[in-house]
Design a protein around this ligand. Structure first.
Ligand SMILES: NC(=O)c1ccc[n+]([C@@H]2O[C@H](COP(=O)([O-])OP(=O)(O)OC[C@H]3O[C@@H](n4cnc5c(N)ncnc54)[C@H](O)[C@@H]3O)[C@@H](O)[C@H]2O)c1
Ligand SMILES: Nc1ncnc2c1ncn2[C@@H]1O[C@H](COP(=O)(O)OP(=O)(O)OP(=O)(O)O)[C@@H](O)[C@H]1O
Length: 513
């Protein structure tokens, strides 16, 4: 039933009043029948009274249905409010609810220092807008939970190149309000630069499995980094085994044994190098449920939207990145919670999942249409009836969402894409919503089948009628190193990867006006 009518402000009044009026109409129909004695010979009256009874029954059904929808909507509203309260509480704590106690402890060992330029004014002496600098509170090695992993992490500074205004003070608010006139301030150059404040010491390699060329290149790059830059190397357990089987030279590499150590990786690793395609970047991001170190992605796949670096030029590229400063793209991720109807009395049910591309809710193997009710904050968006829905980041806009007819969006645009998959409707166009909203996709109780959610194309989870998925932008983006800058890299990948708007040029030898 359309529970949105109840959550939708004025809709709730109309739904409630129409339930009352259905009941009154039913009563009136029965009263009319009681007051009108009918003889068996009055054929037309018999027929009319039958029709009245049918109408009364139908009205009763409508009233019951609406009452059920009201109850269902009230229950969802309660769950949603619980979820929002929890989200607020996590915000106050300063990190997402998924950050484990270990990470909380770790966070308390780190301090967010205000940069020198912040003390001078936002832009600093050189017209560079500096932001937070993450540094160890006490110099020296941080305690090592495991001897296999290295300790200290390099600190760095992010800066936004900007022109500054007359006072040397850059306004972050785009909209200003002077003498009652609303104006938008000059946009700064939003390209973000990462500058090391202490040398990067530890590099994590994430590599595509089952590829000989990747294995060979990985071994070569590790050797080069160790011998030329004295870098500590961390690899996945699979890669560690492969390298050690190949040559005992690689004894210095480090790895992890369990998930607890993965949770602490971000405190040790200065840089992530990926060797593979976009899937390898997605895999690398999925290992980090909180902050992600900068990613340098080398292209060893076929498409490579998020892998701008050529593997043949790895020496030059790694030299530049380790020296810094270098441009990065801050890629937003979506934080997705599945809320089970069966666990409605609990606040947190399942661990949230972070996606870099998208979460897809589809019909899986069911041959029924997916029926999904969608809300944006507390407003009803629409009911999706079709193969499914893609909720995508702007980085994911060139992946599945594009195939389903969504727009391609520059990864630095702050938005969430809402793209239906094969909607059974002539007028269902994809939407782009602002990045600050929370989306809720609910499988209603009267849905004919279950739906399936998948996260960056992996980890399928069944959503039964009554279950819901809640998505919002995660506070932990994935910083990826750019080859040139965000815009140049994005345009190059849509030209080279998708042959966007490739068309033969018109000739000049035709007829002229
Ligand atoms: N019909 C479709 O286009 C379709 C269907 C299912 C999944 N996918 C995409 O595949 C992704 C998973 O990627 P995978 O490599 O693990 O699986 P995969 O090996 O099946 O590759 C999917 C393809 O999507 C490309 N891709 C992935 N992320 C991209 C991005 N952000 N921009 C442009 N292209 C991108 C990859 O390069 C690859 O060519 C999912 O997140 C989803 O976006 C697309
Ligand atoms: N380190 C990893 N561990 C496990 N699986 C991985 C890892 N890296 C990548 N994968 C998986 O391997 C698959 C292929 O990876 P990837 O997309 O990077 O290569 P590709 O298919 O050759 O590239 P392209 O899609 O551009 O042709 C993906 O499904 C990805 O999730």
């Amino acid at each position: 039933m359309a529970s949105h009518q109840i959550e939708n402000g004025s809709g709730s009044i109309s739904t409630a009043s129409s339930t009352v009026s259905s009941l009154e109409s039913e009563k009136a129909a029965y009263e009319f029948l009681a007051q009108t004695p009918i003889k068996s010979t009055d054929a037309h009256l018999v027929e009319f009274s039958e029709a009245m009874r049918t109408v009364a029954k139908a009205l009763r059904k409508v009233a019951e249905g609406k009452a059920a929808a009201q109850a269902e909507a009230a229950e969802w509203k309660r769950k949603y409010e619980l979820e929002m309260t929890l989200k607020e509480q996590s915000k106050i704590k300063g990190c997402g609810s998924y950050i484990s106690n270990d990470l909380d402890k770790l966070a308390s060992q780190l301090t967010l220092e205000t940069s020198a330029s912040d003390q001078l004014g936002c832009c600093g002496k050189h017209g560079i807008c500096s932001h937070e600098v993450l540094q160890d509170e006490v110099p020296g090695p941080i305690p090592r939970p495991n001897h296999k992993m290295v300790g200290r992490k390099a600190s760095f500074k992010l800066s936004w190149g900007c022109n500054g205004d007359k006072n040397g003070q850059h306004k972050h608010d785009f909209v200003s309000f002077e003498k009652g006139d609303i104006t938008t301030a000059e946009r700064s150059n939003k390209q973000i630069l990462l500058k090391w404040e202490s040398p990067a010491q530890t590099v994590l390699f994430i590599t595509k499995p089952n590829s000989n060329s990747v294995r060979v290149l990985c071994a070569e790059m590790i050797r080069w980094l160790k011998e030329h830059r004295s870098i500590n190397i961390v690899v996945e357990p699979r890669v560690s085994k492969e390298l050690l089987t190949e040559d005992s030279y690689y004894n210095f590499i480090q790895t992890w044994d369990n998930d607890e150590e993965i949770k602490l990786l971000h405190t040790k690793v200065d840089l992530i190098v990926t060797l593979g395609g976009d899937g390898t970047v997605l895999w690398a991001a999925s290992l980090f449920k909180g902050p992600v170190p900068p990613v340098v992605a080398f292209s060893l796949g076929s498409l490579g939207f998020m892998t701008p670096f050529l593997s043949e030029q790895y020496r030059e590229c790694l030299d530049n990145v380790l020296k810094g400063p270098f441009s990065i793209t801050l890629r937003n991720r979506l934080q997705c919670h599945v809320i089970r109807d069966a666990a409605k009395d609990e606040l947190v049910t399942e661990e949230p999942i972070l996606v870099l591309n998208e979460v897809t809710i589809d019909r899986g193997i069911s041959s029924y249409l997916t029926y999904l009710e969608c809300y944006c904050d507390s407003s009803f968006v629409t009911c999706v009836q079709g193969d499914g829905l893609i909720i995508s980041t702007t980085s994911g806009s060139t992946a599945y969402s594009l195939a389903a007819g969504g727009s391609m969006v520059h990864p630095q645009v702050p938005g969430i894409l809402f793209t239906p998959i094969c909607p059974h409707s002539l007028s269902f166009r994809p939407l782009i919503l602002p990045e600050y909203v929370t989306l809720r996709v609910q499988v209603p109780y009267n849905s004919r089948g279950a739906a399936w959610a998948s996260f960056d194309g992996k980890d399928r989870k069944q959503l039964l009628p009554g279950d819901a998925l809640i998505c919002s932008i995660s506070p932990w983006p994935v910083p990826t190193a750019c080859q040139v800058d965000s815009t140049n890299d994005f345009l190059r990948s849509i030209h080279e990867g998708l042959h966007w708007n490739l068309r033969k040029s018109q000739s000049f030898d035709g007829p002229r006006d």
